[in-house]
Design a protein. Structure first.
Length: 159
């Protein structure tokens, strides 16, 4: 799946007519800067795949949920209400990330994902910090992998 999406994204960049078509159809969910570079989809899929390859299913699921819910909340709240900027991101967006990721983590816990609430909370906070930091790698890749790595380490230390 990752390879197919990556190839399609590269073709989109190389064929102007395809790029226009994609933006006409999906422009509301694609950032304007992605018109000249890869979208966030390949790193998103790679982050999910690496998470499930590297970590226990519970940890991978939590990291992916932090990305899916936290990153979206940060983008929506940050763009709409973000006033206090740090490293080009808003603290309001970061707060929304923390709330959404923590909520997702606790819902996973309620539905039987076997991670202690303190591990989920730590993972959510790590994911929010990773999203905030000005790192040169797409956060769609980094959020689930780094937060998952921290949670996996904590899970093993607590055992």
């Amino acid at each position: 799946m990752f390879a197919v999406v990556l190839v399609l994204d590269i073709v989109r960049l190389k064929v102007p007519a395809m790029n226009r078509f994609v933006f006409e159809r999906f422009g509301s969910i694609i950032r304007e800067r992605e018109g000249k570079r890869l979208t966030g989809t390949p790193p998103y899929l790679l982050g999910i795949g690496l998470s499930f390859f590297l970590f226990s299913p519970e940890v991978a699921a939590a990291g992916v949920c932090f990305l899916a819910f936290g990153d979206v909340a940060a983008a929506i709240i940050g763009q709409r209400f973000g006033r206090t900027k740090i490293w080009g991101k808003s603290l309001e967006g970061t707060a929304a990330f923390i709330v959404a990721a923590t909520t997702a983590g606790f819902l996973l816990h309620l539905f039987g994902i076997g991670l202690a609430p303190w591990i989920m909370l730590t993972g959510a906070l790590v994911a929010a910090v990773v999203e905030l930091l000005p790192i040169p790698v797409n956060d769609n890749l980094v959020i689930p992998v780094v937060s998952g790595g921290v949670m996996e380490l904590l899970l093993r230390l607590a055992a």
